[in-house]
Each structure stands twice: as structure tokens, then as C-alpha cells.
Ligand binder design. Structure first.
Ligand code: ADP
Ligand code: TZD
Length: 569
């Protein structure tokens, strides 16, 4: 530490952290202040960065994570020690699980007190607590290491398979001073943070051979494909090969959902019938029934494009792994396809189209109904028709039935516009993702939320109003978790575990902060409110009254409940 009080040319840990972030073109911090990071947040703002302050760290972390997903630059979340850190840790773990790049930066207590467990204010061994949930975790102890520490955190978050990184900043580091010139020289600009990773030519050839021999090929696009920003190459691969494709939920819009080759409306059929499946940035996890069982029907062979070699053979044998970044891998496959490829037979594509038409007309009939009270379908029909006119709008979606129905009913037209419960099926991402998406894109957000799902992050309505963000939150209000009709079998005074206050007015919550509240009970009212809210470009909440008997327990995950799984055995 330099202690030359004569010299004005000093810097300190606070300044170096901000300088190091700015040096790497990071311009926004999502966080929540307190000891020891309040001055860091103030300084960030004074130095021209955007500081978006939240009411709970989990939502700041979720905002950072979605900003990372949208931009391929790590989103930054800043929290205080112990409890603030732990609140942010859920978001860090969720980011790592979903392969979103973010950095959770937390202030911490001094090592000597933590290590001897002497009971400091908000004392905790945060570095070790973070490790199992982060892609990487680092602590910076010396001001002169801030530049390299932040460079390391950025590279760890975005290179290879992206993920969450934890960066521990002890309070005393922030106060350490350093010769300003020495400090300036210690900054590191990360060169080529997301290096291309070119696939081995023989792996590409193996994949092409398999694809060329396929009778019923299928392409499956995951959110890794959306993240990779290789939109044109992916579209060319799909169109030039003529192979039908299925998008996973956050890959919707990578090609418009109305694309003639989309097999979404014949999902069960193509998964069961395909003989060769090309996975692009999608894992064979629970969301794809682990690549086996009834969903997948007849035995099939997989080609898998992924940046992470250990993802291969994670659930079933992969016949043709292609390891590299999606842009490079898809470009290599495309070259091979352009050199000669016979499009799939009309038998295959015709059978898919037949299924699609049947299913779409069945769905159209359901969507055309106008039950009273309104149900999930009629409410979503109204939302779908409004969103069709604004393909640039970001859509956030969580809940059980609200998630499952919206995913299939709301078409997406542009890449990286749909943000949802993701790999964990987590509730609570709603307002954090909405704020992150609005701040990052500068475009409107419509958050379609189950009433239970909304509750996890509802207080962030104040944050939305404080920053006057163009976020319209639609609460599908059916009086409870899944539904609102359960009864306490004992007849006792407590309501059933899934039941909420009946007829709650969530629209009044946003009015408390100066936003616009709507209360709607019909699709017509929904249309009018949503159009008005989007046109206003201001914070709004639509309390949508949904039939409390509609929907099913756990949405489409009923089979994962131990009780119903056991009763099926
Ligand atoms: P989904 O839930 O949509 O099926 P997943 O999150 O399961 O998608 O899978 C995303 C996969 O994409 C991960 O295995 C991840 O390693 C991979 N991935 C992410 N970014 C890239 C990239 N730029 N290049 C190659 N693979 C990537
Ligand atoms: N807690 C967390 C963090 N994530 C979860 N997924 C759950 C609890 C369990 N859970 C679900 O899986 S969906 C859901 C919960 C609580 C809410 C469903 O009710 P909803 O949606 O009102 O949001 P619908 O549309 O009315 O079914």
C-alpha cells in the first residue's frame, strides 16, 4: 500500500474496480447497496455507469444474468456481504445452470475475522459458499490485483460454456490506496473474451455422413443456439437442408415460429419418429426426457453440437459429437450441406405437416372459445394477437399452467426475445428478467406471470416504476398456486396449501408506485389494456382474472409429482 499523502496522484480499490469494469466496456451494474459497497455504487454512477438498484438481490442477479444472455457480455450484480451475497447466490446458481454469463460481486468481511470466526458484522466465508454454484470463484486481496482479477472473472464467465462467476471483494481492499499510474497500468482489457472454437474436421464429416443417411432427420435448437448469435448461419442450415426443426422454449424466435419448417405443432410426433436428431445448443436433460423413453419412441442417433465436451454422452450415447462454438460448427456443417444434400423426403415432411395442421386446427378451436370466466387459452389468445403486431417486444414468462400454455400459444418472431423459467423450471425470475431485458434492450417487455410466480419478485414493481421502465406485467390471477380451488380436508381455519387470498387486486400494487393498473375479466378488456399499456411505454400491471378451476396441478409436470408418479406405477 502506498501512503504518500503528499502526492495527489493516488487511486484506491473503489476506483480501480470501476475503472477495470469500464475498461472492458461494462456499463451497467445491477445491485443493492449497503456496507461495504454503497460507495462503490455511488462511484459507478458518478463515473458514468448505470447503477440499477433493486429491492432484493436475487432479482438484481437475475437481471444481470439475462443481460449476459442477451449480449454475450457478463452481467454484473453487486451485493453486500453474507445475507446480500446469499440472496444473490440463487441467481448465480441459476445463471450457471442455464449457461448465462454473469459476475456476482460481493463485499465481504476481513479474512482474519472470518477465518477465526470472530463474529464480524455480516460475517461469512462467502468464497467457499459460492464455489459449488459458480463456474469459477475468485477473491482479490490486493488493490494492484483488481485489474487482473476482473479480467479473470470476465473471461471465466463468457469463454467456453458461459456461467456465473463469483468475485469476492473484502472491504479493506476497496479502501486500499495505490499510486494512480501504477493503478492505471494494472488494468487489463480482455482480448478476444469469446474465442471461436473451431470443430475438428473429422467430427464435422462424421456428423454430415450421419445426416446424409437419415430418412427422418430433425434439428433441435436450444437456448445455447440463441445465445451464440449465429442467427443467419442457423437459418441457412435449416433452410438449405430442408430439415424440420423444433425450438426449445428460449430458442423460439431464432427462426420465426411461423416458419414452414417449424415442427412445434407436431412435437410429440417428430420426437418419437425422427431417426437422426441434430442437437444445436440443447442438452438432453429433463426438458427433453433425458433423450429416452416413450417421448423418443424408436431408437435414434444423435448429432450434438456443444462447446462443452463433457455434455456429450451425458444421458444417452451420442453418435456424432461436434465440439466447438455454435457459429463455427454450424458454418462447417453448412459448407458440407451446400456441397450436396438431398432434402428430406416428402413422406417425412408431409406426415409432419399433416400432424401440424390437425393439431393447429384443434388448438384454434380451443382458442376461439370464450368461456366466462376467462381461462388461460382465451386470455392468451388476446395477448398473442397483440404481440403479433410487435415482434420486437421482449417476453418474460413463468408460472405452471401460465408457462406451459403461453410457451405454445405465444409465437416469437425474433431471436433472444423470450426469457423464462429455464433449465430449473424456477419461479422468481419474472421481474428481474423483465428489468434486465428492458434496461439492456431499451425495448418494451411483457411479463406473463402466474399469480404465484409473480409473488416471488413482485416488490420489484417499485424498481420498474422508479426507473420508469416500459414493462407490462400480466398476472394470471386464479387465486392460488396452479389453481385456487383446493380445500383444507380437515375443515380447519387455515386454507389449503395452494390457496391465496381470493380476488386479490394486483393492479393496486403498481398504483402504489405511480404505475398504471388494469383489472380485466374478458379477452376484449385484455386486448384494450395491453395495447394501451404498450403504447404508453410506462410501467403497467394487468390483473387478469382467470377461472380458478382452470389448469392442472404442476401444469404439464404432473408426472413429476411423487404422489402421481407413484400412483401410475
Ligand atoms: P435448452 O434448455 O434450450 O435445451 P440448454 O441450456 O439445455 O438449452 O443447453 C444449452 C447448451 O448450449 C449447453 O450445453 C451449452 O454448453 C451450449 N452452449 C452455450 N453457448 C454455446 C456456444 N456459443 N457454442 C456452443 N455451445 C454453446
Ligand atoms: N419455488 C421455486 C423457486 N421454484 C418453483 N418451481 C417452485 C417453488 C414450485 N412451483 C412450480 O414449479 S410452479 C409454481 C411453484 C410454486 C407456481 C405455480 O402457480 P402459478 O401458475 O400461479 O404461478 P399457474 O399458471 O396458475 O399454474
Amino acid at each position: 500500500m502506498t501512503n504518500d499523502t503528499q502526492s495527489p496522484a493516488l487511486t484506491d480499490g473503489f476506483h480501480l474496480v470501476i475503472d477495470a469494469l469500464k475498461h472492458n466496456d461494462i456499463d451497467t451494474i445491477f445491485g443493492l447497496v449497503g456496507i461495504p459497497i454503497t460507495d462503490l455504487a455511488r462511484l459507478a454512477q458518478a463515473e458514468g455507469m448505470r447503477f440499477i438498484g433493486f429491492r432484493h438481490e436475487q432479482h438484481a442477479g437475475n437481471a444481470a444474468a439475462i443481460a449476459g444472455y442477451m449480449t454475450q457480455k457478463p452481467g454484473i450484480c453487486l451485493t453486500v456481504s453474507a445475507p446480500g451475497f446469499l440472496n444473490g447466490l440463487t441467481a448465480l446458481a441459476n445463471a450457471t445452470t442455464n449457461c448465462f454469463p454473469m459476475i456476482l460481486i460481493s463485499g465481504s468481511s476481513e479474512r482474519e475475522i472470518v477465518d477465526l470466526q470472530q463474529g464480524d458484522y455480516e460475517e461469512m466465508d462467502q468464497l467457499n459458499a459460492a464455489k459449488p454454484y459458480a463456474k469459477a470463484s475468485y477473491r482479490i486481496n490486493k488493490a494492484e490485483d483488481i485489474g487482473i482479477g476482473i479480467a479473470r472473472a470476465i473471461r471465466a464467465a463468457v469463454s467456453g460454456r458461459p456461467g456465473g462467476v463469483y468475485l469476492d471483494l473484502p472491504a479493506q481492499l476497496l479502501g486500499q490506496s495505490l499510486d494512480a499510474e501504477h493503478g492505471r497500468k494494472s488494468l487489463v482489457r480482455v482480448v478476444d473474451p469469446v474465442p471461436r472454437q473451431i470443430p475438428a474436421p473429422d467430427s464435422v464429416q462424421r456428423a454430415l455422413d450421419l445426416l446424409k443417411g437419415a430418412k427422418r432427420p430433425l434439428i433441435l435448437l436450444g437456448k445455447g443456439a440463441a445465445y451464440a448469435q449465429a442467427d443467419a448461419a442457423i437459418r441457412a442450415l435449416v433452410e438449405k437442408s430442408g430439415i424440420p426443426y423444433l425450438p426449445m422454449s428460449m430458442a423460439k424466435g431464432l427462426l420465426p415460429d411461423t416458419h414452414p419448417q417449424s415442427a412445434s405443432a407436431a412435437r410429440s410426433y417428430v420426437l418419437a419418429e425422427a431417426d437422426v436428431v441434430l442437437l444445436i445448443g440443447a442438452r438432453l436433460n429433463w426438458l427433453l426426457s433425458h433423450g429416452k423413453g416413450k417421448t423418443w419412441g424408436a431408437p435414434k442417433q444423435f448429432i450434438q453440437i456443444d462447446i462443452s465436451p463433457t455434455e456429450i454422452d451425458s444421458n444417452v450415447a451420442i453418435a456424432a459429437p461436434v465440439i466447438g462454438d455454435i457459429g463455427s460448427c454450424v458454418a462447417a456443417l453448412l459448407t458440407g450441406i451446400e456441397a450436396g444434400f438431398t432434402k428430406p423426403s416428402a413422406d417425412w415432411t408431409g406426415a409432419i405437416n399433416e400432424r401440424k395442421e390437425k393439431n393447429l386446427s384443434k388448438m384454434a378451436a380451443t382458442l376461439a372459445l370464450n368461456p366466462s370466466p376467462m381461462n388461460f387459452h382465451s386470455a392468451l389468445r388476446a395477448i398473442r394477437d397483440v404481440l403479433k403486431t410487435r415482434p420486437d417486444i421482449n417476453v418474460v414468462n413463468e408460472g405452471a399452467n401460465t408457462l406451459d400454455y403461453a410457451r405454445s400459444i405465444i409465437d416469437m418472431y425474433e431471436p433472444r426475445k423470450r426469457f423464462d423459467s429455464g433449465t430449473w423450471g424456477i419461479m422468481g425470475i419474472g421481474m428481474g428478467y423483465a428489468i434486465g431485458a428492458a434496461v439492456t434492450s431499451g425495448l418494451p417487455v411483457v411479463a406473463i406471470e402466474g399469480d404465484s410466480a409473480f409473488g416471488f419478485s413482485g416488490m420489484e414493481l417499485e424498481t420498474i416504476c422508479r426507473y420508469n421502465l416500459p414493462v407490462t406485467t400480466i398476472v394470471f390471477n386464479n387465486n392460488g398456486v396452479y389453481r385456487g380451488t383446493d380445500v383444507n380436508p380437515t375443515g380447519g381455519k387455515d386454507v389449503a396449501p395452494t390457496v391465496f387470498v381470493k380476488n386479490a387486486r394486483y393492479d393496486k400494487m403498481i398504483e402504489a408506485f405511480g404505475g398504471i393498473g388494469y383489472h380485466v375479466t374478458t379477452p376484449e378488456e385484455m386486448t384494450k389494456a395491453l395495447l394501451e399499456a404498450i403504447a404508453a411505454g410506462k410501467p403497467a400491471l394487468i390483473n387478469a382474472v382467470i377461472d380458478e378451476t382452470a389448469g392442472t396441478e404442476s401444469g404439464r409436470l404432473t408426472n413429476l409429482n411423487p404422489q402421481s408418479a407413484a400412483s401410475k406405477k
